[in-house]
Design a protein around this ligand. Sequence first.
Ligand code: NAD
Length: 257
Amino acid sequence: MRFQGKRAVVTGGASGIGKATALRLVGEGAEVWIGDIDEAGGRDLAETSNGRIHFVRTDVTQAADIEALMTTADAHVVFNNAGGGGSRSPIQEISPDDWDRTQSLLLRSVALGIRYAAPLMIARGEGGAIVNTASIAALQTGAAPTAYSAAKAGVLHLTTMAAADLARYDIRVNAVCPGFITTNIFTATLGIDGEKRDMANGAIRKMAAQAQPLQRAGRAEDIAAAVAYLASDDASFVTGTHITVDGGMTIGPRHSW
Ligand code: NAD
């Protein structure tokens, strides 16, 4: 029960990694506010949570929405996680608008999440914990397209800089770098839903198992466990860094010797 008496915000909490993390934090005693554009998913989750999860309709590309979410929750723990695939164009073809949309969804959203959460934590005077979702795409090529990967690399350095800005207030800022985690992000990016989505996710799980030395697809719960650690007092001396949770993918291919 590491989050007993704590309030937490999870953006992108209606699905995937955010949903698993919201449930994990609630399981450890927190009261959670999820901010998401998926109203049906967000409200469903809130309704089945015995009043422990609240839904605030939030578009993380909109500064006013993020500010309202942070003000409503006045949280001790913030998980800036909402996201999607972004532009799939190579750099020589990407349009300026596509570039901006991807950075707005994946990088500006995290900067503004910190921007609006931190003053409330500072005013409370009890420190705080912020965790941001980056990606293995921040660490290597080949994991995701260019605009997405650049945004996620930005999230990593933003995490380090924000940790330096906020350390004097005992506010810790860390990131998590998920590997290949089977959520709906891939099918959502490709516009696949319904029955086809389950089939596609099955195929993606198989591909992921082959790509990762630990030989299984990652689960949203694998990331939630790392986020819960970074957000908890167990990590009270950890700031400005990231945990990679990728089944070993970034250490390279499986070896046969
Ligand atoms: P997901 O599609 O299951 O969940 C993403 C959530 O974000 C959804 O609930 C969606 O409605 C919400 N969202 C999208 N745009 C939003 C917006 N403008 N405002 C508010 N909410 C919005 O995907 P996921 O895999 O759980 O993704 C969560 C995070 O993890 C993302 O930042 C993603 O880039 C990152 N990530 C995922 C993987 C992976 O393999 N699944 C790997 C590395 C990083």
